[in-house]
Design a protein around this ligand. Sequence first.
Ligand SMILES: C[S@@+](CC[C@H](N)C(=O)[O-])C[C@H]1O[C@@H](n2cnc3c(N)ncnc32)[C@H](O)[C@@H]1O
Length: 273
Amino acid sequence: MIEITVVSTIPSGIFPQKALDLAAKLGLPAAADPAQCRTPLLLAYTAEGLQLLHRPSPAKRPLPLLAIDFVGGKNGYRLLHERTIRQPLARAAGIRPGCRPTILDATAGLGGDAFVLASLGCQVTMCERSPLLAALLDDALSRAGQASSLAAQAASRLTLLAIDARHHLEAEEATYQTIYLDPMYPQRNQSALNRQTMRAIRSLVGDDDDSGQLLELARRRAKERVTVKRPQPSPHLGEAKPSHAIFMKSSRFDVYLAAERRFSTTCDTSPPP
Ligand SMILES: C[S@@+](CC[C@H](N)C(=O)[O-])C[C@H]1O[C@@H](n2cnc3c(N)ncnc32)[C@H](O)[C@@H]1O
């Protein structure tokens, strides 16, 4: 069990109270000042937004371990320079000229894939069952909502549900053309494991051992397709053979078309962004 204290590095304004409220919501301890924290990690309101930080050693700035930024960094770059429906993620999700499927990202994580799909014009619902990751996503979405018009437009197409996607998919109103799954990669995938971010997420959320079950449920509910991101090479999730796959250098998208989709298209048309 990782020990985390909720705090604000901004000593004034609304943030100290927001830290207390978030601590109560997540059932975590709160502190008035980062210097008072004794846990190895801090979930902190900072000038750059809500971040998971290593506890600062004396005289050193705290180091961010997990932070979501839809406006700058990698997401901001992709928004400005890689917003094309020809990219593998877009094709795997069923985006085509004049067609923007409704999408459930059932494994939202840090929201990078969902944000790309929303920036291409899709309405995307994200499910994230880790309350801590959901809090980081929620904060990043509100910051993006107040940013440049492109980031704000994409954020306006995203809805966050801080719940287990399996519970959401059991509800009758949960109907989506595409359901997208990107569960944690198996432990043996060293290239992903070596990345500090993936290690941090894994230490918070575990291994997603139930993702085969999530795939089965998603395949019963998706109107057009279920797309699963997998490391390359690796077996198919739940040993279920896909309709086709889209390959990239170190990963691939396994696409499971719904039975009726193999013969017709039900995609609503909407203008590209
Ligand atoms: C590898 S990360 C996803 C990364 C994401 N595609 C991105 O772009 O940042 C997997 C995430 O899915 C979440 N997850 C796994 N199963 C879930 C479920 N049944 N419901 C909701 N979230 C789930 C985990 O908590 C974890 O945060």
